[in-house]
Design a protein around this ligand. Structure first.
Ligand SMILES: C[S@@+](CC[C@H](N)C(=O)[O-])C[C@H]1O[C@@H](n2cnc3c(N)ncnc32)[C@H](O)[C@@H]1O
Length: 285
């Protein structure tokens, strides 16, 4: 682990100990399978709505602290949860034990998925956390390796323009904390995470990944982008000049859906033939 991962791991353990929403499953899913599926579809913003989960191999990437991995498993997917923070993982592990839900739990940095085999997953669901690594392309490359042909990667992160504009209200308008072309962590004025009565100091290191970098990383990893979204969690706004107010003018998040193309039948036949050919025949070509 590098210093960014070490730092953000400490911060996420701290946030989990304080119990902010991203570290606690929100709401209560119904028991009925169809209603449970609707609950998951709302949680995942409808991005995987038409996918039948039964029998799918799902990686819930950086998915600690929430319902997603539990619901994937309870809806019939062979589920692996991967996250950096032991505390975030412990929350899901305890929930799984309480509900009798079976899933695999693995701790690590999303930039290194080497413990997983090539083509091990059919779906990688990755919600709001690329922002915590400087090198998003490395994650996308790793995901492409562990994704099976025909598999799908759905990920979201902070909007690269809006993230550079929080906390900059001057009284008459917003400014920028950083140029769009800079790649260092976005500077913060305040490191306080505030949700209702809960306030916790946690200066996580956050990186505002440009759209072009994310899409081109998918292209380089041979993933085909087939969906792109920009949205804010609510349109109610807040005090003029607040971050909530800014999010009514600009989106808070972006999400991308990308697929690893299925291998064409002719290519699959050629590869199978090459595998079954005697070694000497291969060498003589
Ligand atoms: C915003 S929370 C998302 C949690 C939950 N999936 C949700 O959507 O409510 C970000 C998660 O990313 C994890 N995380 C941060 N950096 C990571 C890294 N380098 N590798 C793996 N997980 C990481 C944190 O531990 C945390 O659980």
């Amino acid at each position: 682990m590098d210093s960014v991962a070490e730092h953000n791991q400490r911060m996420w353990d701290r946030l989990a100990a304080a119990g902010i929403p991203y570290t606690r499953p929100q709401g209560t899913p119904p028991n009925d399978a169809r209603a449970k599926r609707r609950f998951l579809d709302e949680l995942t913003f409808g991005r995987i709505k038409d996918i039948a989960l039964r029998g799918m191999r799902v990686l819930s990437l950086a998915g600690g602290g929430g319902w997603d991995p539990i619901l994937f498993a309870e809806l019939g997917a062979e589920t692996t949860l991967f996250d950096l923070s032991p505390k975030q993982l412990a929350t899901v592990r305890a929930l799984a034990k309480e509900r009798g839900t079976k899933l695999r739990v693995v701790q690590g940095d999303m930039r290194d998925l080497s413990r997983f085999k090539r083509s091990e997953f059919d779906l990688v669901y990755h919600h709001h956390s690329l922002v915590f690594v400087p090198d998003a392309a490395r994650v996308i490359k790793e995901v492409a390796r562990v994704l099976a042909a025909g598999g799908m990667y759905v990920f979201s992160t902070m909007h690269p323009v809006t993230l550079r504009m929080y906390e900059t209200w001057t009284g008459t308008g917003w400014g920028f904390k950083q140029r769009y072309f800079e790649s260092s962590p976005v500077p913060r004025k305040s490191a306080t995470w505030e949700f209702g009565d809960v306030r916790v100091e946690a200066p996580t290191l956050e990186y505002a990944h440009r759209f072009s970098d994310l899409v081109n990383a998918c292209v380089r990893a041979k993933l085909v982008v087939d969906g792109l979204w920009e949205w804010s969690p609510n349109d109610e706004g807040g005090e003029p000049g607040s971050d909530d107010d800014l999010e009514t003018y600009l989106p808070a998040y972006i999400a991308i859906r990308a697929r690893r193309l299925p291998v064409a039948a002719s290519t699959a036949r050629r590869r199978a033939a090459a595998r079954s050919r005697p070694r000497s025949a291969k060498r003589s070509r």
